[in-house]
Design a protein around this ligand. Structure first.
Ligand SMILES: *Cc1c(COP(=O)(O)O)cnc(C)c1O
Length: 429
């Protein structure tokens, strides 16, 4: 097989513009793997120029065997650490026993997984899907049907309220809810009945609610939006308003859930129990896409056989891994570790003084440093960090995110903190 673009980047030694970080070391040529991906993969991401080939715990290694501490954790999907041995073991065992049956039949694993999820998270029912986006779509469908059947909203009038700067995924309905021009442009038309209000603004919610409002869908902390933390009490006020007006409060905890912010659910920080919760990412233990929409019978029972589904949703492999992922979160006290080390991490980052730091914010092991774009882009900063052996990714060009696996220990964290501090020193004043 010929190597694409070999003449331009491999042989001439001229790095393409996709590999600006290459200029910071002495290797001018692009990895063959990067070339292959650039040639054959749709151009919908712009990865940092590192080719990962192995992972263990908080670490990943590139194809040249350079080690990195992963502060990205696949957008918080790797809370249990890379290739967690307990999860790999149950994955292998289950794969040798039964993989996929579809929901046309029962399996001997799905019930146990959902029982665990429902008792741990505190709901009567769960609907298994695969990706976070699918679970968000599920929540939207259930909320609309609930509005027609239980609330008495007139046909095709149900409204969903969402917040500016949200991130709920990438399907058509979901990007129809986005306020981000790039997520929407070129992909319309979008479904009706989606109403965007400012985030962290209780009175905006109150004025947006009508008799047709089915649900308010919100992230307790806006992750992709730049780790934006609303003021204390915001979610509690939203919950009060939703209850008053018979509107479902649905929290998208795909990223903030399962211990990431130092509580099992981020909504607990405000003492709120939403009417519906969406989980994903870490639920798959860093091995598989596993997502859930959870709600009580009163809401979930609007669905009847044939209303909704997914070939893979809740398949035995995913159910077995999801079950073990939940057990590990409890048994290894990942939530407690996130709270404890997250607090320490935040303090240490706040102690770094550099003129290009605008703010440092976070909750648990979910932290963002907002940089002054006039001095350095978050992307460039992440590339510099990468050279030091710490992987992170910018969100919204101005925030560098730090979300290590929740099983990180203090020694590993201290190592990363030193590297982050060093990177700021390298930036100069
Ligand atoms: C990542 C994410 C999603 C989408 O999950 P996918 O698995 O990428 O479809 C939805 N909501 C939030 C808050 C997320 O962070």
């Amino acid at each position: 097989m010929s190597i694409p673009n070999a003449a331009t980047s491999e042989h001439s030694g001229k790095p393409s513009n996709k590999s600006s970080a290459q200029s910071s070391n002495d290797e001018p040529s692009l990895s063959a793997n990067i070339q292959l991906e650039n040639q054959y993969c749709a151009n919908n991401y712009s990865p940092l120029p590192v080719v990962l080939s192995r992972g263990e715990g908080v670490y990943v290694w590139d194809e040249n065997d350079k080690r990195y501490l992963d502060m990205m954790s696949a957008y918080s999907a790797v809370s249990h650490g890379h290739c967690n041995p307990r999860l790999v073991k149950v994955l292998q065992e289950q794969a040798q026993s039964l993989g996929v049956v579809s929901r046309a039949f029962y399996s001997n694993v799905l019930g146990e997984f959902l029982e665990k999820a429902c008792s741990m998270i505190g709901y009567q029912k769960a609907l298994p899907m695969n990706t976070g986006s699918e679970a968000v779509e599920t929540a939207l469908k259930v909320a609309r049907k609930w509005a027609y059947q239980k609330k008495g909203v007139a046909d095709n009038k149900a409204e969903i309220i969402i917040c500016e700067n949200n991130f709920h995924g990438r399907t058509i309905a979901i990007v129809g809810m986005s306020s981000e021009a790039q997520y929407r442009d070129g992909f319309g038309p979008f479904p009706d009945g989606l109403k965007i209000i400012p985030y962290a603004d209780v009175s905006a919610l109150e004025s947006a609610i009508t008799e047709n409002t089915a649900a308010f869908l919100v992230e307790p902390i806006q992750g992709e939006g730049g780790i934006l933390i609303p003021p204390k009490g915001y979610l509690a006020e939203c919950a009060r308003l939703c209850k008053k007006h018979n509107v479902l409060l649905i929290c998208d905890e795909v990223q903030t859930g399962l211990g990431r912010t130092g509580k099992l659910l981020a909504s607990e920080h405000d003492g709120v129990k939403p009417d519906g919760v969406i989980l994903g990412k870490a639920l798959g233990g860093g091995l598989l896409p596993v997502s859930l929409f959870l709600a009580d019978d009163e809401v979930m029972n609007v669905l009847t056989p044939g209303d909704h589904g997914s070939t893979f949703g809740g398949y035995p492999l995913a159910a077995r891994v999801g079950l073990e992922a939940l057990r590990i979160i409890e048994e290894d006290q990942l939530t407690e570790n996130s709270a404890k080390l997250g607090g320490y991490f935040l303090e240490q980052l706040k102690a770094i003084n550099h003129p290009c730091i605008k703010t440092v914010r976070g909750q648990g092991l979910f932290i963002g440093i907002e940089l002054d774009p006039a001095v350095i882009s978050a992307r460039k900063f992440c590339e510099m960090l990468m050279d030091e052996g710490v992987l992170s990714k910018d969100t919204h060009h101005i925030v560098a995110r730090f979300a290590p696996p929740l099983m990180i220990n203090k020694e590993q964290l201290d190592w990363a903190i030193a590297k982050i501090a060093l990177t700021f020193e390298r930036l100069g004043e």
